[in-house]
Ligand binder design. Structure first.
Ligand SMILES: [Zn+2]
Length: 108
């Protein structure tokens, strides 16, 4: 059984760790609807994000602090938001190309 990190140089491992940190920082998550900065109860808001001229809409549940106005993602929504960001980037290529890539990498 081969270890997943075997054969990787220190530099590669370092780069991977950096990436993990970035992903964690990108998703500002909270578990209980309380602001981590001011301990205020936050209001729940739903943000709709559309892709492909509105053909696909993501409903993201967020928390907004009434005091400092910072917004946080519901922990369960973080993965959904990450998917949205990937799709948003993918949507910049022509739809025909995107369809081919999805068929090749996701469905197959
Ligand atoms: Zn706050």
């Amino acid at each position: 059984m081969k270890e997943p990190y075997e054969g990787m140089s220190d530099k590669e491992l370092e780069a991977m760790e950096t990436l993990e940190v970035e992903v964690t920082e990108k998703s500002f998550t909270v578990t209980n609807g309380e602001c981590p900065t001011c301990n205020e109860t936050m209001e729940k808001i739903i943000e709709n994000k559309s892709l492909f001229d509105g053909s696909l809409t993501f409903h993201l549940i967020k928390f907004r602090c009434t005091n400092c106005k910072k917004e946080y993602l519901d922990l369960n929504q973080a993965e959904k938001y990450d998917l949205y960001l990937i799709l948003e980037r993918a949507a910049r290529q022509p739809l025909s190309v995107l369809t081919k890539n999805v068929l090749k990498h996701v469905v197959a």
